[in-house]
Write a protein of this length. Structure first.
Length: 147
């Protein structure tokens, strides 16, 4: 997994969300704009396609905590995912990227600890019976397998 696509997609995402306003401090601060649904669809797509783990972004509509967005990722084949990282308006663009970097790292860690092939080692009963990836595995070459 890598974040190279994410880096590429940052430009698309910035355009989708910010439009012509490049002010970092107001990033994602225009939820009430008339064209928000269309922008939101582009944001979701850019984040899903731009992250190795296929991260999601959802609106936070809880008024006690304040409006904002939550990012995270499910991991195919296991019953748990990354932490959900919440950002409340207004937040800086850099805070969103930092949260997505954490999601990528967490998803990668989950993958590494659960997607080993039969040659990687024995199932770990303390880890849902999943097999840790062995980076030296001669069968999957440390890539792991889809489960
Ligand atoms: Zn293996």
């Amino acid at each position: 997994m890598s974040t190279k696509n994410l880096i590429y997609n940052r430009m698309q995402l910035s355009i989708a969300v910010i439009g012509t306003d490049k002010s970092d401090a107001t990033f994602l601060g225009h939820v009430a704009e008339a064209d928000w649904p269309a922008r939101w669809a582009r944001v979701k797509k850019a984040i899903f396609k731009g992250t190795s783990c296929g991260a999601y972004i959802e609106p936070i509509l809880d008024c006690t905590e304040g409006l904002g967005v939550a990012v995270g990722s499910i991991v195919e084949g296991v019953d748990w995912g990354t932490d959900t990282h919440c950002l409340h308006y207004p937040f800086k663009e850099s805070e969103l990227w930092a949260a997505l970097e954490k999601v990528e790292a967490e998803a990668h860690e989950i993958w590494e600890s659960t997607h080993g092939c039969d040659e990687c080692g024995e199932p770990d009963e303390y880890n849902g019976g999943h097999i840790h990836i062995n980076p030296e595995c001669p069968s999957c070459h440390g890539e792991g397998v889809i489960i």
